[in-house]
Write a protein that binds this ligand. Structure first.
Ligand code: NAP
Ligand code: G4F
Length: 329
């Protein structure tokens, strides 16, 4: 029997890679997409992966419960992956209410639609290492207390606990993946890794001269999105829903990540980097380092891509994109 999956946030970085993984596994893949004013949907990532014509898209917004009910009724999914969110931490101080509505309450909207229409569907919630915020233990695992430091992280904490609560209250097969930062050539350019690789490629091609960053002493546990979507799928193949930390177990500063990118194109970071105080956040998450032991033991999951390999892949993809654009004029 062909399995059917519904992915909210299918037009985002993780949604696109997850859709590709599920298609490769023979799934019938459906995506929920919100309306935008330019007529179409934000489908450039699905196009980049060459899978746009292989997924079925449905109009649904996390803020509109009736659209979610109708989509789940139409698709009758075996698995629901809730990846949609206002996902940029810095924006969450500018739009805290929207962030709460989509990233927190939106999760309940999806869970309610699942509970009402398809309670035997397995559910995945995209939780975040940002929930650890002001870290309470040097290595963060499923049992480390949370201390969120942004409206985004507070909203994600709600999403995490409502998922746990629906599992315990209604017996849903609901899992929360506490994913540490993961990146790829499909990462939005507002996030620091892609901002860096895009700028390095522009500087190398003579299209820009400087890169402006905020706090380069912040440290993150960075992995590759392609590896992390596999962990999402593995969670929904288990007999019971549960919570899992997904991370590499290595932490690196923004400064070191940036050096890797400049070194790859034989440029010096010091010649181009400008520190911009406007890019510092009202409250920072100084360091994150995940302990993925449970995922390794229970899911058999380990990351495959090193930070160096990933950053080089991202710089090369940005160079290629910019060169293609140049040829097209
Ligand atoms: P992303 O690239 O920003 O994608 C977010 C997706 O959510 C997009 O498809 C976006 O649609 C959709 N969306 C936003 N608001 C919506 C709404 N009101 N209704 C329906 N869809 C909406 O994020 P990502 O990096 O793929 O991350 C996927 C999920 O994992 C997010 O929930 C994120 O918070 C979480 N997460 C990410 C990381 C990471 O490091 N990447 C780590 C931990 C957790 P448009 O294309 O129309 O904007
Ligand atoms: O790349 P970032 O914007 O990612 P952040 O804030 O860690 O959040 C990402 O990962 C979370 C998982 O932990 C996800 F839940 C979330 O959705 C998102 O995907 O910033 C990383 C670090 C921060 O400490 C930031 O202050 O880089 C620092 N940074 C320094 N200069 C910068 C910049 N970040 C950005 N975006 N832009 C800068 O110019």
């Amino acid at each position: 029997m062909t399995k059917r999956a519904l992915v909210t946030g299918i037009t985002g970085q993780d949604g696109a890679y997850l859709a590709q993984l599920l298609l490769d596994k023979g799934y019938d893949v459906h995506g929920a997409v919100r309306r935008s004013s330019h007529g179409g949907v934000a489908d450039h990532r699905l196009k980049w992966l060459g899978i746009l014509d292989r997924v079925k898209l449905h109009d649904a917004d996390l803020l509109d419960p009736s659209s979610l009910l109708r989509t789940i009724a139409a698709v009758q999914p075996d698995e629901v992956y809730n990846l949609a969110a206002q996902s940029f931490v810095a924006t969450s101080w500018q739009q805290p209410i929207l962030t709460s509505q989509v990233t927190a309450l939106g999760v309940t909207n999806v869970l309610e639609a699942v509970r009402t229409i398809k309670p035997d569907a397995r559910f995945y919630q995209a939780s975040s290492s940002e929930m650890y915020g002001l870290i309470q233990h040097p290595e963060q695992s499923e049992t480390t207390p949370f201390y969120p430091r942004s409206p985004y992280a507070v909203a994600k904490l709600y999403g995490h606990w409502i998922t746990v609560n629906y599992r315990e209250s209604f017996g849903l097969h609901a899992s929360s993946g506490i994913l540490f930062n993961h990146e790829s050539p499909l990462r939005g350019t507002e996030f620091v890794t892609r901002k860096v690789t895009d700028a390095v490629a522009r500087i190398k091609l003579g299209l820009a001269r400087e890169l402006r960053l905020g706090n380069i002493d912040a440290k993150r546990d960075w992995g590759h999105a392609r590896d992390y979507v596999e962990a999402m799928w593995l969670m929904l193949q288990q007999d019971q829903g549960d919570d899992y930390v997904i991370a590499t177990g290595r932490t690196t500063s923004v400064r070191e990540m940036c050096e890797i990118a400049f070194r790859h194109v034989e440029l010096s970071m010091e010649d181009h980097l400008v520190i911009d105080p406007d890019l510092f956040r009202p409250a920072e998450v100084d360091v994150l380092l995940g302990d993925p032991s449970k995922a390794r033991e229970k899911l058999g999951w380990t990351p495959k891509t090193s930070l160096e390999e990933m950053i080089r892949e991202m710089v090369d993809a940005d160079l290629e994109r910019l060169r293609d654009r140049g040829h097209r004029g």
